[in-house]
Design a protein around this ligand. Structure first.
Ligand code: ADP
Length: 630
C-alpha cells in the first residue's frame, strides 16, 4: 500500500522564504496526483519534501504506515524522475537503467529481468545498447523513467519530466505516462506548470499559488466548480470571462448589473440561495465569471433565453472545429485590450461575423460563477457555507420561512425584522422543524443535503446521509448570525480558544531512590501558566525551529471550548456569565484581556476559576510566522 498523508506541512527555507503553507492532503494508493501552479508556487518544494530531498519544517508526512519525516530518501520506497534526465553519457541505456540496482547489489538475473521488463513497457528494447547521445530527447526521458521503474517503488515522483520536450512529443509522452501509470499500478505524483498537462493526466489535481493550496479536486470539478477566481482563471482555455458588476435583490429576482456597460439581466433569486445577502445590495462589487462556451450567439438559443446582453464583435479566431469570437459588452470598448468588459465566446461550426456587428448573446445562468472582489473566493460555493433567510424576532422567538423557534437565553436582540444566517453544518436531524428531503450530493466525501422547509430550499452539510424523506431539523443556535439593518446583532459563539504564550526549559532537582539528580523539563507557558510539555511535542518544536530558536519564539496555543476543564490549579480566569443554548451550556470567562468560552461544568457558574487545557488536543502555532507546529 502506498497511500500518503500530508498533515499541516510547512516549508521555510533558511533564507526565510516560506515556500509551503499548511499543506493538507490524503493521497490514496494508486492515485495520479498532479501539483500545478505558476512558477514559484511551491510545487517542487512539496515534491522534494515527499522525496526526502528537502527537510520538512513542520507537519507530518506519512507514506503507507510510516511517518517518514526523518527517513532517508533511499528508505522511503520512492523513485523520482526529473526534468533534466541526467543520464551517464559513457554508459549504454542498459547500464544506465541497471546502475541503481547494481549499487543496491541486486542479483544479476534479477537486474536483467527488471531492465528488460522496463524496456519492454517503455518501448526502448531496441535501444538498450545505445549511448544516450545517440537518442532523441523523448527517448532519453524514457530511459530516465526506466531507471525509476526498475526500482519498483511504491510512489513515483515526477518533476516537470516533459518540459524539455517539444510540443508534439510532450503530447505523446503525456499519453505514455498515463498508460504507464495504469500498467504499474503505483501512486504517481506529478509536478507541472502546464494546466493542460494537469487536466489530461491527473485523477486529482492540487492547484497551488504563492505557497498555498488553492483547491484539490478532480479535473472536471476544478473546471465546473472553481473555489476562487485564481483557479477559475488558471484552469481552462480560453480563460474564463470575468466581468465586474453588482447584484441587487428585488422581490423574488436579482438584477445583475455589468459595470462599465449598459448590460443588465434579471434572474430568479433561487440562483443565489447560497450567496450572502450582503452581496445582493446593489452596491458591493463582485466578479461575474462565465466560460466562453457558456455564452451563446446562436439565434435559437438567444430567442429562448431570458438572460441576454449585447456584444459588439471585434474579431474572430478560427481554430478548426471551433471559433473564438472576441468582443466587448461595452459598445465603446475595442474587444482587444484585457478589460472588465472584453468577452470571448466559443462557437462550434462555421460562423461569420463582421467586426463592429452588435449581437445579442445568451448567458447560461446555470454555469455562472461569482467571486468576492477582494478575497476572490467564490460566493456561489459548491458546498454552501450558510443558508440565508429573512426573519423576524418577536417575544423571544425567531420566525423565518413559516417556522418559529424559541431563542435560547444565550441569544438576545431587539424585536424586529432582519436576516438570519444558519451555517450548513449547524443543521442536524434530531429536532422539530419539518423538512422534506430533495436530494443528496456527495462532494469530496461530504454530503450536501438539499431540503425544503415551507417551500424554501435549505442546505445542510454532514458526513452522513439522512435515511428518511420527511425530516425533523434542529439548529445549533450557537452558530447562527442575525443581522438587523445590515448590522450583526447576534454573532456565533467562537469555537476556538486562543492563548498567547512561550516555550521554556526548566531545571529541577529530583530525588530517586535517595539519589538527587538534575533534571531538565520542557514547559509550555500558556497565558502565563506552565504545563509540562510531553517530549514528543517538544521535539516537534525543536525540529521545526532549531533547539535554541524554539525557546525564543512567541507561540499561540489553540483549542476548542470542549478541551478545557476546571481544576484547582491552572490558567486563572474569571467567570463573566453563563451562555445557555438549551442543549449545551458554556461559561464566558476573562483570561487576561481576552474573553473565551469554555464548556460549562456542573456546580461552577461564577467567581475565579482555573483552567487546564487538554495538551493532547492543543494546536501550537509559532506566532510571527504563523506556522502550525503541532
Ligand atoms: P515551483 O516548483 O512551484 O516553481 P519552488 O517549490 O521551486 O516553486 O519554489 C517555491 C519558493 O521557494 C520560491 O519562492 C523559490 O524562490 C523558493 N525556493 C526554492 N528553493 C529554495 C532554496 N533552496 N532556498 C531558498 N528559497 C528557495
Amino acid at each position: 500500500m502506498a497511500n500518503l498523508t500530508l498533515k499541516h506541512i510547512y516549508k521555510v527555507y533558511p533564507n526565510g522564504v516560506k515556500a509551503v503553507n499548511d499543506f493538507n492532503m490524503e493521497i490514496a494508493d494508486k492515485e495520479f496526483i498532479v501539483f500545478v501552479g505558476p512558477s514559484g508556487c511551491g510545487k517542487s518544494t512539496t515534491l522534494r519534501m515527499i522525496a526526502g530531498l528537502e527537510d520538512i519544517t513542520a507537519g507530518e508526512l506519512t507514506i503507507g504506515e510510516n511517518v517518514v519525516n526523518d527517513m532517508e530518501p533511499k528508505d522511503r520506497d520512492i523513485a523520482m524522475v526529473f526534468q533534466n534526465y541526467a543520464l551517464y553519457p559513457h554508459m549504454t541505456v542498459y547500464e544506465n537503467i541497471a546502475f541503481g540496482l547494481r549499487l543496491r547489489k541486486l542479483e544479476r538475473d534479477e537486474i536483467h529481468r527488471r531492465v528488460t521488463e522496463a524496456a519492454e513497457i517503455l518501448g526502448i528494447t531496441e535501444y538498450l545498447d545505445r549511448k544516450p547521445k545517440e537518442m532523441s530527447g523523448g527517448q532519453r526521458q524514457r530511459v530516465s523513467l526506466g531507471r525509476a521503474i526498475v526500482r519498483e517503488p511504491k510512489v513515483m515522483l515526477l518533476d516537470e519530466p516533459l518540459s524539455n520536450l517539444d510540443a508534439k512529443l510532450r503530447t505523446q509522452m503525456r499519453t505514455e505516462i498515463s498508460k504507464l501509470h495504469a500498467k504499474l499500478n503505483t501512486t504517481f505524483i506529478y509536478v507541472t506548470h502546464d494546466q493542460v498537462e494537469a487536466m489530461t493526466m491527473g485523477t486529482r489535481i492540487v492547484v497551488m499559488k504563492d505557497g498555498f493550496v488553492q483547491q484539490i479536486d478532480t479535473p472536471r470539478n476544478l473546471y465546473n466548480y472553481p473555489g476562487n477566481k485564481f483557479v477559475a482563471g488558471f484552469i481552462g482555455t480560453p480563460q474564463m470571462n470575468f466581468f465586474e458588476g453588482t447584484l441587487k435583490k428585488v422581490g423574488d429576482n436579482v438584477v445583475v448589473d455589468f459595470a462599465y456597460s449598459d448590460a443588465t439581466i434579471t434572474v430568479p433569486y433561487s440562483y443565489f440561495y447560497k450567496t450572502r445577502p450582503s452581496y445582493l445590495n446593489g452596491e458591493t462589487k463582485v466578479f461575474i465569471g462565465l466560460r466562453a462556451e457558456d455564452i451563446s450567439l446562436d439565434a435559437d438559443t438567444v430567442k429562448e433565453s431570458n438572460a441576454t446582453i449585447k456584444v459588439k464583435i471585434s474579431h474572430t479566431e478560427e481554430l478548426g472545429s471551433e471559433t473564438l469570437i472576441y468582443g466587448d459588452i461595452n459598445m465603446e470598448g475595442d474587444g482587444y485590450a484585457e478589460s472588465s468588459t472584453r468577452v470571448i465566446i466559443k462557437a462550434t461550426g462555421e460562423v461569420e461575423y463582421k467586426s463592429g456587428d452588435v449581437l445579442d448573446a445568451a448567458l447560461n445562468l446555470n454555469k455562472i460563477h461569482l467571486f468576492d472582489e477582494e478575497t476572490e473566493v467564490s460566493i456561489l460555493p459548491r458546498i454552501p457555507e450558510y443558508n440565508y433567510f429573512d426573519c423576524e424576532v418577536k417575544n423571544g422567538e425567531i420566525e423565518f420561512i413559516g417556522t418559529k423557534i424559541k431563542m435560547p437565553s444565550a441569544i438576545s436582540c431587539a424585536d424586529g425584522k432582519g436576516e438570519l444566517l444558519i451555517p450548513t453544518d449547524a443543521i442536524s436531524f434530531d429536532g422539530e422543524i419539518d423538512a422534506t428531503l430533495l436530494g443528496v450530493e456527495d462532494v469530496n466525501g461530504k454530503k450536501v443535503i438539499a431540503m425544503e422547509v415551507c417551500g424554501r430550499r435549505i442546505y445542510a452539510v454532514s458526513d452522513e446521509e439522512p435515511q428518511e424523506k420527511q425530516l425533523k431539523l434542529a439548529i445549533d443556535m450557537k452558530k447562527i448570525t442575525i443581522l438587523q439593518q445590515g448590522k450583526e446583532v447576534v454573532t456565533p459563539m467562537p469555537l476556538t480558544v486562543s492563548f498567547d504564550g512561550n516555550f521554556k526549559k526548566v531545571k529541577t532537582v529530583e530525588e530517586e531512590l535517595g539519589v538527587r539528580k538534575k533534571v531538565i523539563k520542557f514547559m509550555f507557558d500558556i497565558a502565563g501558566t506552565e504545563f509540562v510539555a510531553p517530549d514528543e511535542l517538544a521535539q516537534k518544536l525543536f525540529s521545526a525551529l532549531g533547539v535554541h530558536k524554539a525557546f525564543e519564539m512567541k507561540y499561540r496555543y489553540e483549542c476548542s471550548p470542549y478541551d478545557l476543564r476546571f481544576a484547582d490549579q491552572g490558567i486563572p480566569a474569571k467567570v463573566l456569565g453563563i451562555c445557555d443554548y438549551g442543549k449545551e451550556k458554556f461559561l464566558r470567562c476573562a483570561v487576561g484581556n481576552s474573553t473565551i468560552y469554555v464548556k460549562a461544568e456542573e456546580g461552577i457558574d461564577a467567581g475565579e476559576v482555573h483552567l487546564v487545557p487538554d495538551i493532547d488536543k492543543i494546536a501550537i502555532i509559532q506566532a510571527n510566522m504563523d506556522i502550525r507546529l503541532v
